[in-house]
Design a protein around this ligand. Sequence first.
Ligand code: FBP
Ligand code: MG
Ligand code: MG
Length: 335
Amino acid sequence: MAGGEDIGLEDLATATEIAQVIRRIARVARDLSRRIARGPLEGHADTVGENSGGDAQKALDLIADDAFAAALKGSPVRWYASEERENVAELNPGAGLALAIDPLDGSSNIDVNVSIGTIFSILPAGPDPLASVLRPGTDQLAAGYVIYGPQTALVLTAGQGTSLHVLDPRTGRFELATARLEIPAASSEFAINVSNYRHWGAAVRAYIDDCLAGETGPRAKNFNMRWIASLVAETHRIVSRGGIFLYPSDARRGYERGRLRHVYECAPIALLVEQAGGAATDGCDRILDRVPQSLHERTPFVFGTADKVHRVAAYHDLPHEEVAALFGQRGLFRQ
Ligand SMILES: O=P(O)(O)OC[C@H]1O[C@](O)(COP(=O)(O)O)[C@@H](O)[C@@H]1O
Ligand SMILES: [Mg+2]
Ligand SMILES: [Mg+2]
């Protein structure tokens, strides 16, 4: 297996400093993909602690976090904001960029050999660490994710479309596979953790009820469901073949704003999805317009094929009697 300095990605359509950061991230991702492929032979699936958000930390979460931070020393990244760190760290004083990162996404899947990932967002660095990352998602200079699955792939945007780069394990290079991803408009798949059904609000219940009712319901169409519990894997399926993802707020303690983190999960995925022709909201409003107030802030998250995402927002606008009605009586979305 090749392990040299040649990482590919020569043709990144972005400013040199950003391209330099992306290549460093890609090198770490290549190393991680090899470690992940060895699975239990590496013994990195053990729970070793808890992060500031109260999530269990697996050894691989911390290994990945340390590896990205170390690889970005001497790079144009001044501020490093990670899911695994309570505060923003200064890596390179005076440098011009900030990086927000979920070093290892989908950690509950590490020990079961299901796809996991890395998500990152590149922003301009100002003098203040927090202010540099607490910006609207529209300020992102670039965003991407790496999926560690049957293939390891890097999906990137610098604001001019979303591209797919696949790691060739024979050469250790990321090769361009699709220059411009377009989320397909026709899809009948939805993704949501239905075990939380009883905790959801009325609008989300109504939307899912109508999907589940299939041909006999107001949508007059059958739907299929997926739930991988890895945001990156879910995103990759949706940018490849369309559909919708929902992680709404719910009534459980601590889930008042859903589960996913705005800065290093939802904002970068929202930019990638919009740049592939899709939409991303908090259920009602565009994610990229929201300004987060704290580093680990959560947000409800709905993204995917644009008309599906807009339909979810429309359910939130329905009058109470309509949304609370059993699907049999709900008239508005009857086709
Ligand atoms: O276990 P749940 O509640 O279905 O949540 C699954 C979600 O949690 C996450 O695993 C959170 O990400 P981390 O693994 O980075 O904490 C997402 O990837 C996934 O969409
Ligand atoms: Mg995550
Ligand atoms: Mg994570």
